[in-house]
Design a protein around this ligand. Structure first.
Ligand code: SF4
Ligand code: SF4
Length: 398
């Protein structure tokens, strides 16, 4: 039996209920949870799940492609105090992280597992100019591209995680460069995500790729993603649970809520009151807010130790959790081009009618009544996937 087969067999044993540590599905627990709830309440369980990696029976490799390292910084800023320790242990257990590991050169590459249990990729993968992102050297002394590393390691990995919008969908390195800055064209390096190129497949691994456990790449979109997303996803899969994924292979508990549905400024939108400048009073839709098209639970999870999120401090959502970010929502200070208007009238579309109506003296509440807003059942064609603003029973501050 090879080392990889031995590890797989061990994982099967570990997943056998009653034979191992707590088998909590942290993603399920995280659905709808407020800031820090799951992390703090289940800290010891999460630590227990991650201990299995630090005990040496799980190996994690963390590659950085075309990355600003912001995803790493985000994770390191997580409020869970032992995450940094965990990452440190990953490194001690023959894994690889180019930003935080102290080893350099050949010693660092030698420490990298050839068949990791979890492969985390941060940053996009350049395909037209592979030398735009390299790690270590090939046998003949040339630079080894991240593209080659991904092709080599991903099929050998039990789980593959695309951390951040770049690794998931291409991110800003794949942007169109509409301003033609530096006289460069669109996405000159051919940047792609692991399994997506913007909103479409395939990325560099192709649409049919599945990792050792039979899952596609688990995408944790965001620029950067919330630190809880990585911690809870890893803790969940290492507990043997299969995360439920959306159409972009993002874990649903994190990426199902619509920013627009939970926005503290939603009352303004519903009344057709729109800020005329950044920081002004009102809904920020005319200032470029992409909240009606952006899915994540940040409005309840909050950032910075559970204190705030973009819209709480007067900054429009720029859609960084979504495939197609950056081109899809920029310029970020101008009203986003309307999207998803096909199909039946949804609560969100009724709000848009209210927005248009505000210009000709029709209040948003009138428009909503005319279109059945407030009694409309959420349906699969809606751009929103959670409960509507008026059916979730929550009061929104204004
Ligand atoms: S997703 Fe954002 S934070 Fe992460 S590497 Fe890309 S640009 Fe940096
Ligand atoms: S458009 Fe933006 S600012 Fe306005 S309610 Fe929706 S998410 Fe909030």
């Amino acid at each position: 039996m090879t080392a990889a087969e031995t590890r797989t067999e061990q994982r099967r044993t570990d997943r056998d209920p009653g034979r191992g540590p707590t088998r909590r599905n942290f993603l399920q627990l995280a659905a709808g949870a407020t800031a820090g709830t799951v992390i703090t309440r289940y800290a010891s369980d999460i630590a227990h799940a991650l201990e299995r990696t630090t005990a040496g029976d799980m190996e994690v490799v963390w590659l950085q492609g075309q990355s600003c390292s912001g995803c790493t910084i985000s994770v390191l800023q997580g409020q869970y105090p032992t995450l940094e320790e965990t990452l440190r242990e990953f490194r001690l257990d023959v894994t690889f992280h180019p930003t935080i590991m102290p080893e350099q050169g050949d010693a660092a590459i030698d420490a990298m597992s050839a068949a990791p249990d979890v492969l985390i990729v941060e940053g996009s993968v350049p395909t037209e100019i592979p030398s735009a992102a390299t790690v270590g050297r090939t046998a003949d002394g040339g630079s080894k591209s991240v593209y080659d590393w991904v092709q080599e390691l991903a099929p050998e990995s039990e789980y593959v995680i695309g951390l951040g919008n770049c690794a998931s969908f291409g991110g800003w390195p794949a942007a169109e460069n509409k301003e033609r800055l530096y006289d460069l064209g669109s996405n000159v390096t051919g940047a792609k995500g692991l399994q997506f190129e913007q909103q479409d497949q395939p990325g560099v691994l192709g649409p049919d790729f599945t990792s050792g456990v039979g899952l596609p790449v688990i995408n944790l979109g965001g620029c950067p993603p919330h630190p809880d997303y990585l911690l809870l996803t890893i803790a969940t899969v290492l507990n043997g649970h299969v995360p439920e994924l959306d159409e972009y292979n993002r874990p649903k508990p994190f990426y199902e809520p619509l920013v627009h549905d939970n926005c503290p400024l939603r009352g303004y939108f519903d009344r057709g009151e729109f800020a005329e400048k950044p920081g002004g009073e009102g809904c920020l839709i005319k200032q470029g807010c992409a909240g009606p098209y952006t899915h994540c639970d940040d409005q309840s999870r909050l950032w910075n130790d559970g204190t705030s999120v973009c819209l709480n401090v007067g900054a429009p959502c720029i859609g960084c959790m979504e495939p197609g970010f950056w081109d899809r929502f920029q310029p970020f200070d101008a009203e986003v081009e309307r999207q998803s208007f096909a199909g039946p009238i949804t609560p969100e579309q009724a709000g848009w009618i209210g927005l248009a109506g505000a210009g000709i003296g029709i209040g948003a509440h009138v428009a909503r009544k005319l279109t059945g807003y407030g009694s409309f059942e959420n349906d699969e064609d809606s751009i929103g996937s959670g409960e509507s603003a008026e059916t979730d029973g929550k009061e929104r501050s204004e």
